[in-house]
Design a protein around this ligand. Structure first.
Ligand code: 13P
Ligand code: SF4
Length: 401
């Protein structure tokens, strides 16, 4: 891992891209089961990354497509891709933006697989959603597969608890899981509305099964809703009965799925202690996908949109250590040279799957559309889409959504 390379919004050294190490490939899950969030190899002839005309080619292809195409860019995407986004945002905002563009025949989603699925669910049948690289999955979403979740529900049913339990899934889950949640009276949430979704869920039942991010679930329940850590149990899908006794399940208010984000999970208490020593007066601002002890030690916690708003509103001269994906933190640092913005950890921390979407893949996808070929289309089957939409609509109907 390379060390952080800028401070005071000024690049202080040469940027080093992480190499395709065994760990990166593990996170990417390349070439594995196409039915999971883990991707497959891309078909087609990609332009070489060294092609000097990539920017001109993407510009020309976008111009040729005009209003027929709408390009969405998640905040964690690379700069080379973000420059072509018609709108940038978190996963929730992007899904809404896609839904608000019925005239766009093609939605090119520069993000990860579950986001493209949500866009497909929320857009009309006449619109086609394209993910420029099918290997852009999400390791967290992969941690909850439908058969595992159905098995967990059977465990709850066998313990007489399913009727009293409301499933809540983070947006960062596959369409299958959202469909399961919709079928079982639950709701989708994002990092910006998790508390409201949980409050709604506890009006419907006594317990929540929270999928797939244990940290978002625990942080929201304990730090925002006054639950104790003892109110939460961790359900491990790889262990019989989730690794829990019937009594533990009966006593728990919050059943957390054993999933996490491989990117935000890298920040530790040491990262916080270290940055407080390095940067006097620093405000530590983290995403709720970070571990509980990190969020507890931070000054502020919130979604990527909240992080951006907080930095924008911060006074000149203030110092910030931001614990979220590196592409976003770097852009914030460069956009606010009047503030001191550093990455929370000394080590590079990209989302390797988000980074799969690069300019060659974007150029390829756009040029294929110009040639009337839709590549890497993401579709969700009608039954799954129907039930997932129920859970998504329930989220949209939350007060203040
Ligand atoms: P948001 O886009 O909802 O902020 O989630 C962060 C994330 O990890 C996206 O994959
Ligand atoms: Fe998934 Fe984490 Fe990457 Fe978001 S940042 S796509 S949750 S692995």
């Amino acid at each position: 891992m390379a060390v952080l390379l800028w401070e005071h919004g000024v690049v202080t050294s040469t940027w080093v891209e992480p190499s395709n190490t065994a760990t990166a490939l593990l996170l990417l899950g390349r070439g594995s089961d196409p039915a999971t969030e883990r991707g497959v190899e891309c078909p087609g002839d990609l332009p070489a990354p060294s092609d000097p005309d990539l920017v001109a080619r993407a510009t020309a292809a976008k111009a040729a497509l005009g209003d027929r195409v709408f390009v969405l860019g998640h905040h964690y995407q690379r700069d080379e891709v973000i420059q072509f986004a018609d709108v940038t945002g978190d996963s929730f905002k992007l899904a809404r933006e896609a839904a608000a563009r019925p005239q766009a025949e093609f939605i090119v989603f520069c993000g990860v697989h579950f986001m493209a699925e949500s866009a497909d669910i929320l857009t009309s049948d006449a619109q086609q959603v394209v993910l420029p690289d099918l290997a852009a999955g999400c390791s967290m979403a992969d941690m909850a597969a439908l058969p595992q979740v159905e098995n967990a529900w059977d465990v709850l049913t066998g313990s007489g608890l399913a009727e009293r339990t409301v499933p809540v899934t983070y947006m960062n889950s596959s369409a299958d899981i959202k469909g399961f949640v919709g079928r079982n009276g639950g709701v989708v949430c994002t990092s910006s509305n998790a508390r409201r979704a949980l409050e709604w869920a506890y009006q419907q039942g006594e317990k929540v099964l929270f999928l797939p991010d244990q940290h978002l679930g625990r942080n929201t329940a304990v730090l925002e809703m006054g639950f104790s850590l003892d109110d939460c149990v961790l359900y491990d899908p790889h262990k019989p009965h989730g690794g829990l006794t019937a009594e533990q399940l009966r006593e728990a208010k919050m059943i957390l799925w054993r999933g996490h984000c491989s990117v935000h999970g890298r920040f530790t208490l040491d990262s916080v202690t270290d940055v407080r020593e390095r940067v006097p007066g620093v405000n530590v601002l983290v995403h709720p996908e970070c571990r509980h002890e990190v969020v507890r030690a931070a000054d502020l916690v919130g979604s990527t949109e909240y992080i951006i708003r907080t930095i924008e509103a911060a006074p000149a001269g203030s110092a910030w250590a931001v614990g979220t994906e590196l592409n976003l933190v770097r852009r914030l640092a460069l956009a606010h040279p009047d503030k001191r913005i550093v990455f929370l950890d000394r080590a590079v921390c990209y989302c390797s799957t988000m980074n799969r979407i690069d300019l060659p893949h974007l150029v390829w996808a756009l040029e294929e559309l110009v040639a009337s070929r839709v590549v890497n289309r993401i579709t969700v089957d009608a039954d799954t889409a129907h039930h997932a939409r129920v859970a998504l609509d329930q989220m949209l109907a939350l007060p203040g959504a």
